[in-house]
Design a protein around this ligand. Structure first.
Ligand SMILES: [Zn+2]
Length: 243
């Protein structure tokens, strides 16, 4: 068993009612995505009808209200949990969606991207995980194309922990604003956590404009994880994707 740690990624900082899966899981073999729903009774949602990631396409024009971002410089800790590399955020940064405030808990990465846009997979995707006071989740996703080095990633990347279970205090707090595109137009759909327990009812807000990261930056992240950490595309079923 290659990845044998208790998964706490999305859930660790949330302080919400989500209990998290206590099972081991991974991205290949017996513990791969096809088996997640069977690995633990807690993972029943992994076989649900509103799962993430998806291929975003067939958009419905709907005049979405802009997301109100209120991000401070608050990313102060970086950890490697064996499934991703994650920057934990101190309280005080949030977004407003549907008139509700969702506090930023952490952001983490997947390579290659989990969501696709109009059939296109990107070399990397960031997930900015937020929760409201009742534990409802909203994830802002940012795609990365290979190109110029990303300055916003530089500091976190320099202090990225090489081994599973390692955690580093960042020498200077980072701002997630630095990895968001200038144009904040987005697609929206209802989905789930992309990792066990795959809980549904997650608001997905996918930035239309991709950022760039150098091949070296993308490889540095991918090499630390040793295997791609993208769950395969899930069926859209009855959902609509708004733009
Ligand atoms: Zn994620």
């Amino acid at each position: 068993m290659k990845k044998s740690i208790v998964f706490v990624c999305v859930l660790m900082a949330s302080g919400s009612a989500y209990s998290g899966a206590k099972s081991h899981w991974g991205y290949s073999g017996h513990e791969g995505p096809e088996s997640w729903a069977k690995l633990s009774a807690d993972n029943f949602a992994c076989s649900g009808k509103n799962q993430s990631p998806i291929n975003l396409t067939g958009f419905v024009e709907s005049g979405l209200s802009p997301i109100e971002f209120d991000y401070k410089q608050g990313g102060n800790e970086i950890l490697n949990n064996g499934h991703t590399v994650q920057v934990n955020y101190e309280a005080g940064s949030s977004i407003k969606v549907d008139g509700q405030t969702f506090n930023l808990l952490q952001f983490h990465f997947h390579a290659p991207s989990e969501n696709h846009i109009d059939g296109k997979s990107y070399p990397m995707e960031a997930h900015l995980v937020h929760a409201d006071k009742d534990g409802n989740l909203a994830v802002v996703a940012v795609m990365f194309d290979k190109g110029e080095a990303n300055k916003g990633l530089q500091q976190a990347w320099a202090e990225m922990p090489g081994h599973t279970g390692d955690k580093n205090q960042l020498s200077k707090a980072v701002s997630v604003d630095d990895i968001l595109p200038e144009n904040r137009d987005f697609y929206r759909f209802n989905g789930s956590l992309t990792t066990p327990p795959c809980s549904e009812g997650v608001r997905w807000l996918v930035m239309k404009e991709a950022m760039s990261a150098s091949g070296q930056q993308i490889d540095a992240f991918a090499n630390i994880l040793q295997e791609p950490n993208n769950r395969p595309i899930q069926a859209v079923n009855a959902r609509v994707i708004l733009k």
